[in-house]
Every structure is written in C-alpha cells, then in structure tokens.
Design a protein. Structure first.
Length: 284
C-alpha cells in the first residue's frame, strides 16, 4: 500500500472540512481566528484523520462517513500542540518550520486559540450526520475521556513532573513512561479509531478491539517519536529507560499486537494496517 499516496488523497477531505468549520480570519475577533488557523494550515501529516478514514474503510464505509471524527481529532491534536509549545510547557519558538502560535501572535491569544479549537472539535464531532445519534454521543464520551484528566491532560501533567522523577527500578520506570505515552499520545489516536468505528456502525466488540489496537499502536508511535528525538530528548522517553535497541523492540512488540487485533478485518483493513506500520516505522 502506498502510504504517501493515501495521505495525499485523503488529506484534502479533512482540510476542506476544517476550512469549512473554522471561523474566517475576516470575522472578528480576527487575531483569534488567525491564531486558530495558524497551525491547522498547512498542518502536519494528518495521521489521526487518516487513521479515522482507514478505520471507516476497514468497516466497509466510505471515508466521508467519518469526516466529523477526522476533523475533531485534528482540531484536538492542534490545540494540544499549541498549548504544548507555550512558555509554561515546552517553550518552543518553532513548529513545522514556522513560528509557534504564541510567537506569531502572543501568549494569551495562543492559550485562547487552543481553548477555542478544543471546543470547536466537539462542535465538529456533533454536526448533523448520517451516523446514529447513539454513535455520536458515545464518540463525544470517547473523545472527552481521551483528552481530559485521565487522558491527554493527565499524561501531560505526569510528563512535566517526570524530569524530577529519576529513581526506581527499570520495570517500574518503563511502566511509568508507557502510562504517560498511553495518556498523552495513544488515547487520542485510539479515539480517532474508536469514534470512526462508531460512526461507521461498528458494534461494541469491534469498537473496543479497534480502541485497544489504537492504544497499543499509539504507545509504539510515541516510542518511535522518542527514538527519532533520541539525541535531544532528556525527559520521559523509553529510549532513556531501556536503551535504543530495547525501546525499538518494545515498539515493535506493541505494533505486532495491534496489527494482530485488526487481522480479523481482512483485506478491507489493508490501508489501516499500512498506516499503523507507517506510524511506528516512520522517519519524520
Ligand atoms: C498541553 C493539553 C496539553 C497537552 C500536551 C500532545 C501533547 C500533550 C504534547 C505534544 C507533544 C507530544 C510529544 C505529543 C505526543 C504526540 C506527538 C508525537 C505529536 C506529534 O504528532 P504528529 O507526528 O505531528 O502526528 P504532526 O506535526 O504530523 O501533526
């Protein structure tokens, strides 16, 4: 499967949806709306939307069916990156070769743009759709759970505290790193897949299986990210706890387990499996 081709073909779908729901820059307050769009366009890989589309296809539905999910997860991802770059978090001046939102605008605008993107994500998810109302409601619950205190935000809190927490046995430190990865990265990736499965009409067993696959692959994705950053990253990284080879091996074990979970979906899930392999073996 041609993964770059898949991204190139599917990205315009979510881009058009994002453009349609984001407020226009010419509408006041202009600076807020410009800041909300700053990191969305041209954006990054659109991995989470691609996983949502591929999940729909794996369940025999067209990608358009899960557009609300694709837009919602990308909006949440963007909000988290804007807040992660703030001086009180990672304090980064650049992302994707462009000034971060607080550098391009100011800190207050960046905080507020992130807040507004998070709210817009739920609006995007709940737009009128062909999906059953119960599927939309369950997806709102999945996404909120994935990004709240038990998910993204809680993971970020423990990640910020991690630098000071150097002691303990290797096993316990591995558990701690993986718990942070699961909450900070994997739960949003898993929500992209579970919400897409719900919108595509998947039953509870299928939704849960795809969610578990997303969690395992999401942790492996974050280990791969740590590996790519191995020369700079001092903080919460499995490469630092286990060493480079053992960290890659762990990522591979998690990926294989995730792939085995989606085996039952057969040929229809070929794009999904290819994206999952790409997420863990990528070089960018
Ligand atoms: C501040 C609420 C709050 C959350 C911060 C998401 C996050 C938590 C921090 C961002 C930094 C980080 C290491 C996140 C983990 C996920 C990750 C590797 C993000 C990069 O995802 P890609 O590779 O990025 O999909 P692109 O640029 O392609 O969109």
């Amino acid at each position: 499967m041609d993964v770059p081709g898949y991204f190139a073909e599917r990205a315009p779908l979510v881009d058009a949806q994002l453009d349609a729901i984001l407020p226009q820059v010419s509408t006041p307050p202009e600076s807020l709306h410009a800041a909300m769009r700053h990191l969305v366009f041209p954006g990054g890989k659109r991995l989470r939307p691609a996983l949502a589309f591929a999940t729909a296809e794996a369940l025999g539905r067209p990608p358009e069916r899960v557009l609300p999910v694709a837009a919602a997860v990308e909006l949440v991802h963007t909000y988290s990156l804007i807040h992660d770059d703030l001086p009180c978090m990672d304090d980064d001046d650049e992302r994707r070769g462009q000034p971060t939102v607080h550098r391009q605008f100011d800190e207050a605008t960046a905080v507020l743009a992130g807040d507004a993107l998070q709210a817009l994500a739920f609006e995007a998810l709940a737009l009128p759709t062909e999906a059953a109302p119960s599927a939309v409601l369950a997806s709102v619950r999945d996404l909120a759970g994935a990004i709240g205190a038990a998910g993204l935000v809680g993971g970020q809190v423990d990640d910020l505290a991690f630098a000071q927490d150097v002691g303990g046995a290797k096993d316990a430190r591995q558990q701690r790193v993986e718990s942070i990865h699961r909450r900070k990265s994997a739960r949003l990736i898993a929500a992209a897949m579970s919400c897409a499965a719900r919108f595509a009409g998947g039953d509870d067993r299928r939704v849960d299986n795809l969610c578990q696959a997303g969690l395992e692959m999401g942790v492996a994705f974050q280990i791969a990210d740590d590996w790519l950053d191995r020369d700079e990253d001092e903080g919460c990284s499995l490469v630092h706890v286990l060493g480079s080879d053992a960290a890659r091996e762990r990522a591979n074990v998690l990926l294989q387990s995730a792939l085995a979970r989606v085996e039952e979906l057969g040929d229809a899930a070929e794009s999904l499996r290819a994206l999952m392999r790409f997420a863990v073996h990528r070089t960018v």
